[in-house]
Write a protein that binds this ligand. Structure first.
Ligand code: SAM
Length: 296
């Protein structure tokens, strides 16, 4: 076993590596996700103007600039949040239903709310946006957790969501709930459930998927990073253990592993609907992504 000092989360972090497990090559593009969690970051980027003529200024632009945004959200009046990811251009690649009229929708791990607000725009009767309260609830590896202070562990998440919600005049309902505690008794059941880019960050993705199945009465759209190289081995459901030492990534899924896990959670029909590459805003589209449609 070798030991490395890495500057993750803006913290000097000791990383233990064994064998030929090498996480950085793939995980560097996800660096921003953990930066958001820690709160110990470089100054957030200034708000992005929607057009060069519309340079944002004023109290709202200042409030936007104080937040580390994960999602790029168009807040109107020339103000666009400088998100680590910009899903706006790749939205058509996900194959979302055009309309969700009358549906009860759950957005699991909503972060700043890009998907929740999109589902509202598509006519959902009710959207529940779910996320954890703070980094304390993350599946952090123990050694990394020990490097974080109580204040860092308890820094409330959801600042971006709250601001965007108010500015957009949204009726999306936000709730704190760990996916491990998700149940029909707690939140009811949903016609459409969305879970994007969460499973790779969980120690126990199978348990999360089981809970997702239990609250789905219609369709679940589950998307995550996949590593097609792992599918080379005769279609075996391979997943690579990454240990979350780097950017909180526990697993690299082959497409076969991810679809098998979704099926094993109890979904009757599971189909890979889309596969594409994307990357952080302004960076090459280097990460493979698969979108699964699962019918209850
Ligand atoms: C990589 S972001 C994905 C954001 C969004 N779902 C998307 O697809 O753009 C991961 C999100 O998962 C949330 N999260 C992490 N662990 C969680 C858990 N155990 N239960 C619920 N949400 C969790 C984080 O707070 C964060 O909002």
């Amino acid at each position: 076993m070798t030991t490395h000092q890495l500057d993750l989360l803006g913290l000097r972090t000791t990383v233990f590596a064994s064998g030929n497990r090498a996480g950085l090559e793939f995980s560097m593009p996800i660096v921003g996700a953990l930066r958001h969690y820690s709160g110990r970051t470089a100054a957030p980027a200034a708000a992005v103007a929607a057009s060069p003529e519309a340079a944002p200024a004023g109290p709202l632009a200042e409030a936007v600039a104080r937040i580390n945004w994960y999602h790029t959200l168009d807040l109107g009046e020339g103000l666009v949040t400088p998100g680590f990811y910009d899903h706006r251009g790749i939205l058509p690649l996900y194959g979302l239903p055009e309309r969700l009229d009358g549906m009860r929708v759950l957005d699991i791990a909503c972060f700043d709310g890009f998907w929740s607000f999109e589902f509202e725009r598509r006519g959902a009767a009710e959207v529940i946006a779910l996320d954890i309260r703070s980094a304390r609830e993350l599946d952090l590896p123990w050694r990394l957790r020990e490097t974080m202070t109580e204040a860092e562990l308890d820094r409330p998440f959801g600042e971006g969501f709250r601001l965007a919600h108010e500015v957009l005049g949204s009726a999306v309902k936000h709730t704190h709930c760990n996916v491990y505690d998700l149940s029909p008794e707690r939140l009811g059941r949903f016609d459409f459930v969305h879970c994007g880019d969460l499973l790779l960050h969980l120690r126990d993705p199978a348990r999360a998927l089981y809970n997702i199945r239990r609250v789905t009465r219609g369709t679940a759209m589950i998307s995550d990073c996949i590593y097609p190289d792992l599918d080379r081995l005769d279609g075996l459901p391979i997943m690579q253990y990454d240990g979350a030492f780097s950017e909180n990534i526990w697993w690299r899924f082959s497409a076969h592993a991810l679809s098998a896990m979704i099926r094993d959670a109890g979904f009757d029909h599971v189909a890979e609907k889309k596969r594409f590459r994307y990357g952080p805003r302004g960076e090459p589209a280097s990460m493979w992504h698969a979108v699964y449609e699962a019918k209850a």
